[in-house]
Design a protein. Sequence first.
Length: 111
Amino acid sequence: MMSYGSLERKYGFLPRVPEHIVEQMMREVNDFATLMKHDFEGAKKTVSQNIEWLKENKDFLGKAVEASVDSALELYGEKLSHIDWISLRTLLLKGQLLVLQLINEALGEHI
C-alpha cells in the first residue's frame, strides 16, 4: 500500500483545479466524442497535431503521452481489431491531452 507521503511526492505540486475548468474540459470531452462519431479522421488529425506540438515544443512530453497509451494498448493488441485499436488509441490520447490541458489551465489561473 502506498503511503500518503509518497502520494504527496507524486501529486503534491499539482495545482488545484477550479470547477469551471473541469466543466470546460467536460464540454470538450463531449465535443470530441461527437467529433469521433461524425468525423473520425478529423478527430485523429486533431489529436495527432496536438501530440506533434507537444513533441516539438515541450521536449519529451508528447513521446511520454504516446508511450503511456501505446504500452497500455499492447496488453490488448491481439484482442482488438485494427480500427478498434486506432479508435481506442485516439480516445486515450485525447484523455491524456485533456488532463495536460486541465493542468495547464489551472496553472495559468495561478499566474
